[in-house]
Design a protein around this ligand. Sequence first.
Ligand SMILES: Cc1cc2nc3c(=O)[nH]c(=O)nc-3n(C[C@H](O)[C@H](O)[C@H](O)COP(=O)(O)OP(=O)(O)OC[C@H]3O[C@@H](n4cnc5c(N)ncnc54)[C@H](O)[C@@H]3O)c2cc1C
Length: 497
Amino acid sequence: MMMRSKRKKQTVLILGVALLLYSGIFSYSFYQNQTSDDLLIQDVSRLNPVKVQKIIQGEVEEGLQQAVREAGEKNLKISIAGTRHSQGGHSFYEDSLWLDMRSYNKILNFDEHAKTITVQSGTTWNQIQDYINPFGLSVKVMQSSNVFTVGGSLSSNVHGRDPNYGPIIETVQSFRLLQADGSILEVSRNENEELFHLVIGGYGLFGVILDVTIELTEDELYVSKTTKMNYQDYYTYFQKHIKGNNDIGLHFARLSVTPETLLDEMYMTTFEKLEEGDKDYPSSTELEELRTLKEEKNVQRDKFFLGLSRKYDWGKTLTWYLQKRIYGDGTEGEIVSRNNAMKPPIQFLDYESSRDTDILQEYFIPTENFASFVETLREIVQEEELNLLNVTVRYTPKHDEGMLRYSEEETFALVLYFNQKLSDKGKKHMEQATQRMVDAAIALDGKYYLTYQLYPTNDQIRAAYPKVNLFFEHKLKYDPDERFFNNFYERYAHNES
Ligand SMILES: Cc1cc2nc3c(=O)[nH]c(=O)nc-3n(C[C@H](O)[C@H](O)[C@H](O)COP(=O)(O)OP(=O)(O)OC[C@H]3O[C@@H](n4cnc5c(N)ncnc54)[C@H](O)[C@@H]3O)c2cc1C
C-alpha cells in the first residue's frame, strides 16, 4: 500500500517536473519566436517579407521625433507603415527602424460647419466614418473600403468610386511633416507648397506625415442601379449618362472573369442621389436605420465562393452569377447611405496559403482607349493563363496636383485581382505577365498604379511616370542622407534593371 502511494507520488512529481520543463521550453521558444518573428515584416501580398532592426509604435509626436533622431545617430534607414496594403515593400525596408503608425490614431479636431476633420495619420477611414456619421457627414475621397490609414492613403494618393472627384490630394487642406532632421513643417498649398505635391503620392520618402486636415461632404442617400452592357459600349454610355451628372454619387463597373465571357460582359453599378421630397425618400424611422453604419456580413460564405473561383473555372462562373450578393454591389433599387456604400465588404479577401497569394494591380487608361486596352488585356490573360478573380472599373477625372500623378487626362482605372503562386517560378511568371500589361497600358498612353508590386522595369516606370527622376532628385534635396527608405525607392532609384 505504502509502496504504491510512494510510486504514485514519484509519478506525479516526474510529470510535474516534465510539465514545468516543457512549459519553460515552450515559453522560451515562444518568446524567442515572438521576438524574432515580430521583426519579420510583410505586406498583405506576402511577396516580400523582410526583417527590420527595430520597431517603434507611433504614439506621441515626441516619441516619433526621438525615433527619427535615433535613426540619424545610428545611421539607420527609417521605413513607415500604416496597414500595409501597398504590395511592393513600400512600407518597410530590411534592417530599418520601422515606424508602425497604426496607434498614432487620435481625432484631433472636427469642424461640423466647415466640414473638415484633423486626424493623426494612423487613423483609419473606419474610425473617421464612425466619428462623423452621427453628424450626417461623409468622406469625399477614400478607397473603395475603409480599413486603410489616412497616412498610407495620402502617401499613395488614393482614389475611390465617386466620379466627381479625382485622387485624395484634391481634398487635403494641410498636414504636418516630421523631417529627417527631427524638425516639423506645416505643409499646404500656401506653405511649403513643393512638399505638398511630393509627399502626397510620395510613398513615405520625405518624412512622417503627423496629422492631416481633410474636407468632408454630406452623407447623402443613394439608390443603386445596375445595368448590364458590353465593354465596347461603356465609353459612350459613360460620356452620355455618368460624366458630369450631378445626380450621381458613386459609380463603378465590374467586368466578367468567367472563361466564357472573359472581359466581355460588364455590370455597371450607379448610386443616384435621393433628395428629400423625392417619391422614394424614406420616412424618419427608415432614415435612422439607413444611416446606421452596417458591419460586414457573410464573411465565411463569401470566402467560400472566392475560394471556388480561385480553384475552378466553374467557380468563377458561379461567382460571377452571384456577384451582386458576394461583392455587395447593391441590389437594384436599394437605398443606401453614402457612408454605408463606402464601406463594402473586404474581410472575405483575407487569404492565407503557403503556396499562393492574391494580389491587386491597377491600370489607368485614357477613357477613349478603354475598349482597346480590355482587348489586349484579354489576350494577355488567356495567353499567360493568369488566374484573374475580379476586375472593377472606376473613373478618375483629369487632375494636375501631385508630382507622381496617375491621371493627367481622364481615365478609367481597371483594378485587377489575381491569384499568383509564391514560388520563384510563380513570381517570375507574374512579373513577366505584368510587364506585358504595363507595356499595353503605356502603348495606349496609360499608367499603372505604383502602390502595388515592383514588377515593372525601370524603363517602364520612367515611360509611365516621366517625372520620376525629378521626384527622386527632390527626394535627395529634402532628405540628402536618404534616411527615409523602402523597397520601392531602392528598386527604382538605386537599381539599374
Ligand atoms: C484590398 C485592397 C483594396 C484597395 N483599394 C484601393 C482603392 O479603392 N483605391 C486606391 O487608390 N487604392 C486602393 N488600394 C491601395 C491602398 O489604398 C494603398 O496601398 C494605401 O497606401 C494603403 O494604405 P495603408 O494604410 O495600408 O498604407 P501602407 O501600405 O502601410 O503604406 C503605404 C505607403 O504610405 C507610407 N506611409 C504610411 N503611413 C505614413 C505616414 N504616416 N507618413 C508618411 N508615409 C506613410 C508608407 O511608407 C508606404 O510607402 C487597395 C489595396 C488593397 C490591398
